[in-house]
Design a protein around this ligand. Structure first.
Ligand code: PLP
Length: 372
């Protein structure tokens, strides 16, 4: 029997030719920002020794300053993913419930389940395509322990207005719930508000340098919380000997210089997002329900075309070298309706998508490419 197509295996095997619009990674940060710092660290063979267990002090200071969360110390982990694992392990137990959404970044839901708890999902695949304080309040029950607030949200690219963040934070505070505020994509969202500003005792903020600083491959992120909550979570730290020193050096260099390049990265990302929507909407039956995106990814709803998102993913990747993601790993209820496209990429790569998407959709539908 033929093995099912593995898009990641294929994409990694062809990684130099493939346009990566699949993991919300950021390919727009000027490479010289981190190259020199990493080269120096390699020349000094810093990788031979263990780093300071708690991390480079200047890096901790920069993270705190960058988030604007003074007095909420940063704890470094191997990517935001590890922080999310530690948080769920430390704060949840069998029978607990966490209010979350569908669609969502479902890896976190898996961690919730590993702790023996259950994600209670609000279906948000309708306007405003995000949680609301009212929808959360309706689901709070005697077993509710936490709320998962991913802002902006992967995969939809929807974001939370400041007043909604405040309302959700106040709800968490009043009902004594932990608020897990995942702000991995915060730099792409204009006017972004941190829940910790409104409910510092309740909130654990999960951050990452994977997407804003373009360092996904180095695996560095963390969480920030008040010392008492931070200590409870840190019991589950496995990086007793510190996180990767080269990642810390790169993140230091990126955060030191971020004010000088982040504006241009965000501007290009936004323009790319508009282009992706325009291309999507040019194909009959495709809609872009969340426009503009407040992150560096969006979804194109292909439900009305009758095509399977896995088929679109495979056609684009194999025939055109353009890697987007089918929605199924991001939504049990609606994943068969959409593909996710990320766009912190050079505009020329977005043009590869622009050329490929109408062709792929027409080929799968057995139609000639429509004139646009
Ligand atoms: C919402 C969200 N949180 C966390 C992560 C994990 O990021 P990392 O482990 O690279 O820091 C991702 C990655 O895509 C994400 O989309």
């Amino acid at each position: 029997m033929a093995e099912p197509f593995d898009p990641f295996r294929y994409a990694h095997e062809h990684r130099r030719e493939v346009v990566w619009l699949s993991q919300n990674t950021n390919h727009l940060v000027p490479p010289e920002v981190v190259r020199g710092a990493m080269e120096t660290a390699i020349a000094e063979r810093r990788y031979e020794g263990y780093p300071r267990a708690t991390g480079e002090p200047e890096l901790l200071e920069l993270v705190e300053r960058d988030l604007g969360l003074r007095g909420l110390p940063a704890f470094l982990t191997g990517g935001g993913t590890e922080a999310l694992y530690m948080i769920t392990r430390a704060l949840l137990g069998p029978g607990d419930e966490v209010i979350a959404s569908d669609p969502s970044y479902l890896i976190i839901h898996r961690f919730i389940e590993l702790a023996g708890a259950t994600p209670v999902c609000v279906d948000i695949y309708r306007p405003p395509f995000r949680l609301t304080a009212d929808a959360i309040a309706e689901r709070i029950g005697p077993r509710t322990k936490a709320i998962l607030l991913i802002d902006p949200l992967n995969p939809l690219g929807s974001g939370y207005p400041r007043e909604e963040v405040r309302a959700i934070a106040e709800l968490a505070h009043d009902r004594r719930l932990t608020l897990v505020n995942d702000v991995t994509y915060r730099d792409f969202s204009e006017g972004h508000a941190l829940a910790a500003e409104f409910a510092p005792e309740q909130t654990v903020t999960v951050w990452s340098v994977s997407k804003n600083c373009g360092l996904a491959g180095l695996r560095l992120g963390g969480f920030s919380a008040l010392p008492e909550l931070s200590k409870r979570i840190a019991r589950f730290n496995t990086n007793d000997l510190g996180v990767n020193i080269l990642a810390q050096v790169a993140a230091l260099a990126a955060l030191r210089t971020k004010p000088s390049w982040i504006g241009e990265v965000v501007r290009t990302t936004r323009a790319n997002g508009r282009r992706v929507h325009e291309v999507g909407l040019g194909v009959a039956g495709v809609t872009a329900p969340i426009a503009p995106s407040r992150a560096n990814m969006t979804i194109l709803d292909i439900g009305a075309t009758g095509l399977a998102p896995e088929a679109v993913q495979e056609e684009l990747l194999r025939r055109h070298g353009v890697f987007v993601r089918s929605g199924s790993y991001l939504s049990p209820s609606h994943g068969r309706q959409f593909v996710r496209v990320s766009f912190s990429n050079p505009p020329a790569e977005i043009e590869r998508f622009a050329a490929a998407f109408p062709q792929a959709m027409a080929a799968l539908a057995g139609r000639p490419v429509a004139a646009r």
